[in-house]
Design a protein around this ligand. Sequence first.
Ligand SMILES: NC(=O)c1ccc[n+]([C@@H]2O[C@H](COP(=O)([O-])OP(=O)(O)OC[C@H]3O[C@@H](n4cnc5c(N)ncnc54)[C@H](OP(=O)(O)O)[C@@H]3O)[C@@H](O)[C@H]2O)c1
Length: 325
Amino acid sequence: MKKSIPLQRRGFETSQLVLGCMGLGGGWSGIPITSEHVKQAHEAVDAALSAGITMFDHADIYARGNAELAFGQVLKERPELRDRIVIQSKCGIRFEESPRVPGRFDFSKEHIASSVDGILKRLGIESLDILLLHRPDPLMEPEEVAEAFGRLKQSGKVKAFGVSNMSAAQIRFLQASIQEPLIANQLEMSLLKLDWLDNGIHQNQKAGTEVSFPDGTMEFCQMENIQIQAWSPLAKGLFSGKDLEGQPDAVKQTAALVRQLAEEKSTTREAIVLAWLMRHPARIQPVIGTSNPERIRASGEAARIELTREEWYSLYVSSRGKRMP
Ligand SMILES: NC(=O)c1ccc[n+]([C@@H]2O[C@H](COP(=O)([O-])OP(=O)(O)OC[C@H]3O[C@@H](n4cnc5c(N)ncnc54)[C@H](OP(=O)(O)O)[C@@H]3O)[C@@H](O)[C@H]2O)c1
């Protein structure tokens, strides 16, 4: 039996795996959704539920709102689903509008409030389970964020709050003003993007200067029971079946090791890649981005796989392409 994850310890009935919905709604062109996009969303949701995945990750910007719109159509056609799932979305990134209005981040209280109204409208729901601030806005004023969050909580529009792509220092900075606890932090982590581990093992070493992960963030989140979520956890399929032509040797060797472990354990390659993240004591939630029902089901297998310390390290060392220091 696997240990509980931070979100479960805060009362959320959720799976450890999350289905990321960035691939729904027809991509970034913003052309209106069709019945095909809604069908794709139905199939993804069905595959997720059959694989035991009950949490779904959105953002107001995914497919320029169309990912939420397609998902909302699924909920409209099957309203009984709402109580069975946890829905998370994000706000704070704005698209370029003109040369003088570039792509930017916006944590102003007005933008947070109008973003949430848009999210609820597109999803067709009364209340969002978790709202994340998508990427740190250098102009953030914690008191303003606190005011926005306070109103959203009071009105019942959002139940809980978190962040994404933030360091421990940035979370502490915001939390000092915000009454509601920040309960999740979503970061890029995978067998390909290893900085979250390399940061820890290269303390006091020159190699550490090349690592891009905020110091102490893993430890801080674990101490504060903040759910760490991994985006791009499948590394876009690099270790689970994608064409490897032109890839470095370390990637090819790691993909071969993943295949071997999957065969030994009679499971899928996706399960090995995800179980590797889930083996970490932070009880990471991988946010898988595939919308292919077959791959969603293959990913769900991760829930029953537990890697040994030696298996875990063999994957880490292989992907690093060098021995432990
Ligand atoms: N917080 C943030 O800043 C942030 C940033 C990016 C993403 N996210 C979240 O994280 C989720 C996952 O991100 P992601 O989509 O980048 O990650 P991912 O799960 O690593 O990759 C999924 C992508 O890889 C493709 N793929 C997977 N296995 C494959 C294979 N064997 N062969 C070929 N293609 C394969 C999928 O295509 P198919 O659909 O065809 O399987 C899909 O396009 C997103 O949906 C979103 O919710 C958050």
